[in-house]
Design a protein around this ligand. Sequence first.
Ligand code: FAD
Ligand code: NAP
Length: 584
Amino acid sequence: MKNIRNQKKEEKQNTPIATSYDAVIVGAGFAGMYMLHRLRELGLKVKVFEAGGDVGGTWYWNRYPGARCDVESMQYSYSFCEELEQEWEWSEKYAPQPEILRYAGYVAEKFKLRSDIIFNTRVISSIFDEDENHWIISTDRDDTVTARFCVLAVGCLSSANRPAFKNLIKFKGQQFHTGEWPHDGVDFTGQDVAIIGTGSSAIQSIPLIAQQAKSLTVFQRTANYSVPAWNSKMDSEYQKKIKADYSKLRAQARGRPSGVMFPFNFQPALEPRKEERDKIYEEFWDRGGLPFLGAFSDLLFDSDANETAAEFARNKIRRIVKNQKTAELLCPTNVFGCKRLCVDSGYFETFNKENVRLVDISTNPIREFDKDGLFVKDLKYKFDSVVFATGFAAMTGSFEKINILGRNGISLAKKWEAGPRTYLGLATSGFPNLFMITGPGSPSVLASMIQSIEQHVDWIADCVNNIVRTGAKTIEPITSFEDDWVEHVTEVSKVSLRSTCSSWYVGANIEGRPRVFMPYIGGFPIYVDRCNDVMTRGYEGFLVNGEKSDGKMPEIRFTKRWRVTLDKDVMSPADVAARNAPVL
Ligand code: FAD
Ligand code: NAP
């Protein structure tokens, strides 16, 4: 077998290295943007490669009708710059996609980020050169650069899942994926439209597509729970009040397992009698959105408690949807909130429209496409356009698209074949000076994402700073610590009902993927504490320059705003399990 080192040397000789950087960042969503800002502040020479044509990531790509965030705008924003917090005004309780994209553009402008970002350029490989201790990074536009540090800010939900439906190639109509929506919008007026999928993206877009299209046929494999958003114009007094003491809201949010602040009822669901319980559910339903999960403390941990929420939500559907057969098909039978809970504006009501029909494909999957439609068993459905709201190869999909080779030419794809393996979701052993933002094994998608991103970026920036400052060359996790962390992530996930169903959290939405619960469910504050401890103990669990850190690294510097105070009142069984686990 050819020696990988020699092979790399040959590759290096054959490909001109245009430039060398201190750090290369892959991706210019909220993660890559803030990472660039932090590393530049440290005086490093940094370049970002972004496959899209501008900043914004998720909000650049997902332009489907109705796309908006489902974490309140006042919390779904950067907290690192007080001036930015004060000057940006949100117009709605839940910001729509165009506004979030404008916000990303505003941030890019304010911090002059675009000058260091190369757009429309996809990184295709990143190979560690052990002789030079740097990464050789190549793109689909023939750039080859080197960087001491490589940060993957590639996103958890950025690799569109396009199932390989039989004979799709024969279909002559238009095809769209919600996660890669045309920038000029789509006019469905007068068209028969099909949509495949009933996750969050579908649930947001269906009401709007149905308003425009001649007809809409919804192909549903699994029914989903959804709570109304009750979105509204932003209350200017509310915005003003939060801005008067923004840091208080941020600190409160960070103390919560979800990293989001919302009213939380400490009672277990089975404690009150049914009438009282339903009254509480009604109150939380009227408040709307993801905070519904705070109606009782044990909804995601106790099956009987969960069933009360599930039945409450099903009864709402039965009351909204007039055709009882359709209503029953729309009633989910799985655990409430096990798949990511959806938030909607008129989703179930849409099925009362004459031009909308629901096709259940739970037992009979789509057989094949042909030139003007598709077949379910022998029944043909005809349409002009099809929308794939089929989600993403979540958490690891965008990693898989890059050929990442670490020490001894180990491939990341190979290493993660049976599921992702990281230490704290920040780094992976055998891949020195390679960091990931909101990687698998970190709270990421289970917390408000911008919060998760900022905490990771600050940790990585501090780490890079400490490494550079102390004259060290490399840092990478120790395999045994990584193994313990992976085991811990899995163990804690078992405490939650969320680990029990076929969701994208476990990779089950895509055939052939290993079933592993990928995000860390031990709660945001406990996780942050762990990250701080690892750093202040001199990068415990990491090899520095290939040697175990002995904790004697001179005075570690770290971003103090990540000293979080756990809100003990809202600790869930997962938080308790996380806190009591030996790994912590
Ligand atoms: P992304 O925004 O995904 O950015 C990653 C970027 O990396 C992309 O622009 C991509 O083009 C680029 N990239 C990937 N691979 C490469 C490569 N090889 N070369 C070059 N560039 C590459 N989170 C919440 O907390 N609240 C919400 O309400 C919410 N709503 C969402 C709605 C939708 C429709 C989706 C899909 C996700 C939502 N999320 C939400 C999660 C959302 O992804 C995060 O909030 C956040 O935007 C992620 O930022 P990011 O920078 O980590 O990743
Ligand atoms: P998703 O939740 O994974 O939903 C994909 C849908 O497509 C599911 O209904 C799935 O069915 C179906 N599907 C996939 N493959 C299929 C196949 N081969 N045949 C038939 N149906 C198939 O994806 P998403 O809706 O894009 O959302 C992904 C995540 O992005 C969300 O969970 C959320 O975190 C985020 N998001 C948030 C918002 C928001 O409100 N802010 C909006 C959109 C997205 P099964 O369930 O049976 O797999």
